[in-house]
Design a protein around this ligand. Structure first.
Ligand SMILES: Nc1nc2c(c(=O)[nH]1)N[C@H]1C(S)=C(S)[C@@H](COP(=O)(O)O)O[C@H]1N2
Ligand SMILES: [Mo]
Length: 202
């Protein structure tokens, strides 16, 4: 799937790119809990911690010095809108995992966003080649509304897994359901099998 340094998310190659129960939008809705934090680039850091060989805290300059790639992907929000044809720039999840070095016990990733937001995913989903820690969308710096300066993008899961205002990636042996997962969303969130809501609440 890799071109030069552009990854085509495999879901964009499906004959029908709209998962069941979703509809297409052309704009890009803004959705999150709470207010938008305005994070200065000079103050932003990304903490790689938990079950790693070498804990790291990267500033924006160090982050930008890592190999940059592009990912072409679709967005599927659990509130039923889908947005196709997004081009993202950033650093691959695998590059960051490799930088810190994962301990063999690591099975899950907890993505941390500003203000205490978390979302959880299995390491296997995080390490897919189209998972990106993003600084730009369609050629422009990511706006604060959409999670800038840096957010996570996990194209193959519902968009709530794509933590905005990302400031930490924690590698764990056990699963720790995050903010929306504890609020009733599904623990995994595959849009193709409609893993929308958790069994406990709905
Ligand atoms: N930090 C943080 N990230 C978050 C959320 C949030 O509440 N806080 N909401 C998630 C949800 S539910 C969605 S649908 C997407 C929306 O991203 P967008 O506003 O760029 O469309 O962000 C996700 N990431
Ligand atoms: Mo959402």
């Amino acid at each position: 799937m890799a071109g030069e340094n552009k990854i085509i998310s495999p879901d964009t190659l499906r004959q029908n790119r709209i998962p069941p129960g979703q509809h297409l939008v052309r704009d890009w809705p803004v959705l999150h809990y709470g207010s938008v934090p305005h994070i200065k680039i000079e103050e932003w850091t990304l903490h790689l911690f938990g079950l790693v060989n070498e804990e790291k805290k990267l500033n924006f300059k160090e982050f930008q010095a890592l190999p940059q790639i592009k990912v072409f992907s679709d967005i599927h929000c659990v509130t039923t809108w889908s947005r196709l044809d997004n081009l993202w720039d950033g650093v691959s999840a695998g590059t960051l995992a490799g930088l810190a070095g994962l301990k063999p016990e690591a099975e899950y990733v907890i993505a941390h966003g500003a203000g205490g937001f978390t979302t959880n995913l299995p390491l296997a989903d995080f390490l897919q080649e189209d998972v990106l820690i993003v600084t730009r969308h369609d050629g422009k710096p990511l706006s604060a509304d959409h999670g800038g300066p840096v957010r996570l993008v996990v194209p193959r899961l519902y968009f709530w897994k794509s933590a905005k205002w990302l400031n930490g990636l924690e590698f764990t042996a056990e699963d720790h359901p995050g903010f929306w997962e504890r609020a009733g969303y599904h623990n995994h969130g595959d849009p193709w099998t409609e893993e929308r809501y958790g069994r406990s609440r709905f």
